[in-house]
Design a protein around this ligand. Structure first.
Ligand code: R1P
Ligand code: URA
Length: 248
């Protein structure tokens, strides 16, 4: 069923590729579009930019979700209603475990999430998890020396206190408790969209996975340079697309 999108205006079933890459940052759409032949911008509305193009004659779509729950819910639902076949979020995150370096790749097969997230759709007990087959297909495309980590991540509702960052409010001790609580429970990383994508795509029965780049190693507050970060993202996007091409 194709309906008129309220936000992704003009994006139709013809624009939905074998893979739809989701990015938070609208600026990253253009970076990934460089991988495609004949890229065409279909949507440019608020935080939502959508491009489709061809990779070795296979249609691939790239869409930005903006930051966080609200705009990601809109993007995912409108893309699925427009015929999106597979969703893979390629974005940044903070690495929380000490053995993960900035620049490493993290794939989350499941996410814990802030309380109440999307509670009008599902109860707290409903898992936010990746499609196991899609996850495995992407994971197998990477090389042994790619510094890739798999495990459970956290989708937080905010960037600051809910990710253990305090800017002169309650003190570092309280913020640090957020980090240490989840580190002890083996959470690898934190970001702001994956759980929304996993929950909605499970409800709509569209396969979804993520493949993230650790922008910062939180234990040392070590961030990647912009140039390295962009290059790493582009490498991840190319690898994800090639994984999908193996078995579309
Ligand atoms: O790198 P992107 O995909 O924008 O995602 C990460 O960056 C934003 C925070 O700076 C959040 O959206 C977080 O999930
Ligand atoms: O620490 C980080 C880094 C990128 N994005 C996040 O949401 N958190």
């Amino acid at each position: 069923m194709s309906i008129e999108n309220h936000h992704l205006k003009g994006f139709t079933e013809q624009d939905a590729g074998e893979l739809t890459i989701l990015v938070g940052d609208p600026g990253r759409v253009k970076l990934f579009a460089e991988l495609l032949d004949s890229p065409k911008e279909i949507v440019n509305n608020r935080e939502f930019i959508c491009v489709t193009g061809l990779y070795q004659n296979t249609r691939i779509s790239i869409a930005s979700t903006g930051i966080g729950i609200g705009s990601t819910e809109i993007a995912v639902i409108e893309l699925i209603q427009s015929g999106a076949k597979r969703l893979v979020r390629i974005g940044g995150c903070g690495a929380w475990q000490d053995h993960i370096q900035a620049g490493d790749i993290i794939m989350n097969h499941a996410m814990v999430r802030s309380q109440g997230m999307l509670s009008c759709y599902v109860p707290e007990t409903y898992p936010a998890s990746a499609d196991p087959l899609l996850f495995n297909q992407i994971y197998r495309q990477f090389n042994q020396d790619d510094q890739i980590h798999t495990g459970i991540g956290l989708t937080a509702e905010g960037f600051y206190l809910s990710q253990g960052r305090d800017l002169n409010l309650f003190g570092q001790e309280e913020a640090q408790q957020v980090l240490s609580y989840w580190k002890k429970r083996q959470i690898l990383n934190a970001e702001m969209e994956t759980a929304v994508i996993y929950l909605l795509s499970a409800l709509y029965r569209v396969p979804a996975a993520n493949c993230l780049v650790a922008h910062v190693a939180r234990s040392q507050d070590k961030w990647m340079s912009d140039a390295d970060y962009q290059a790493r993202h582009k490498y991840v996007a190319k690898t994800v697309i090639e994984a999908i091409l193996q078995t579309k």
